[in-house]
Design a protein around this ligand. Structure first.
Ligand SMILES: NC(=O)c1ccc[n+]([C@@H]2O[C@H](COP(=O)([O-])OP(=O)(O)OC[C@H]3O[C@@H](n4cnc5c(N)ncnc54)[C@H](OP(=O)(O)O)[C@@H]3O)[C@@H](O)[C@H]2O)c1
Length: 267
């Protein structure tokens, strides 16, 4: 159930992938700002640990929803649950996502199709479901976690980079459609960040993760939530990442692809 303070319903933020990494850090920032939370991830134990940690520190209510976004029906199940519990979502953070390194000819297709489902389809589906109520209320914020991978093709991680290009393009287009609607859409584009992501994507030895310098997930989260609250369309944390994103706008795609390949190769 949604909590009420002084008879006013506390606004709720839904964070996918809210049990660890950047998502958990964003959940903490949102809790500090007084938002109740709904956290979605697959593992119930880590979700409950995250909820306990947040509720122990902040005066907010945290609901957990253990569910797999690789399943096509999951967004609908989450939406129906929240609708039945009468929990309106003021902030939707589409953060859950994963990558996979390797030559496309050799990587596992099943994992890549699941990646497209989580990184692209679930994000799109959740946005489709939660957006109408935000438009009706003339209030709401959507934060889609893309990546600096969105700005160029990514050899040796081709599908992942392409999913993030989708997230960036989709978010920017939607932000423009929603101009003056009271609803904002922000694409957060972090560079390499210290979480479980690199190990799960099997890219810990890449130059990008081993030599480029990784950011702290809490710094990325602070930056992303602040950008979302300001209604910024694209948020790139870190000066190095900003420069690379800008440089990518001007360099030929064949060059940016080659540079990205160099970063993806093992050190
Ligand atoms: N770390 C980086 O270097 C980096 C850089 C740029 C962008 N990003 C993006 O940032 C986002 C968060 O990544 P992270 O680095 O924080 O990764 P992470 O530490 O691996 O955390 C991923 C979160 O998503 C959940 N999750 C994974 N698969 C899921 C599924 N099928 N269904 C539901 N939940 C799922 C995980 O919990 P369960 O495993 O329990 O499901 C966990 O809570 C991703 O979209 C990633 O692409 C990361």
């Amino acid at each position: 159930m949604a909590t009420k303070r002084n008879g006013i319903q506390t606004p709720t933020a839904l964070v996918t992938g809210g049990s660890g990494g950047i998502g958990l850090e964003m959940a903490k920032v949102l809790a500090r700002n007084g938002f109740d939370l709904v956290l979605v991830a697959r593992r119930r134990d880590t979700l409950e640990a995250a909820a306990g940690q947040i509720e122990g520190t902040h005066d907010v209510n945290v609901n957990v929803f253990a569910s797999d976004l690789r399943r096509r029906e999951t967004p609908e199940v989450i939406f129906d649950f929240l609708h039945n519990e009468n929990i309106p979502i003021e902030i939707l953070v589409n953060n859950a996502g994963f990558g996979l390194g390797g030559e496309f000819a050799e990587t596992e297709l099943t994992r890549e199709l699941e990646m497209i489902q989580v990184n692209i389809a679930a994000l799109t589906h959740l946005t489709k479901l939660f957006l109408p109520a935000m438009i009706k209320r003339r209030s709401g914020r959507i934060l889609n976690v893309a990546s600096t991978a969105a700005f160029q093709p990514g050899p040796l991680m081709a599908v992942y980079y392409a999913t993030k290009a989708y997230v960036l393009s989709f978010s920017e287009a939607l932000a423009e459609e929603l101009r003056d609607s009271g609803v904002t859409v922000t694409a957060l584009c972090p560079g390499p960040t210290r979480t479980d992501f690199a190990a799960s994507a099997q890219v810990t030895n890449s130059r990008l993760f081993a030599a480029f310098g990784t950011a702290d997930a809490s710094d990325v989260a602070e930056y992303g939530v602040a950008a979302m609250m300001h209604g910024r369309r694209v948020a790139i944390p870190g000066i190095k990442n900003k420069i690379i994103a800008q440089a990518n706008r001007f360099a030929p795609r064949s060059v940016t692809a080659r540079v990205a390949r160099m970063f993806q190769e093992a050190r």
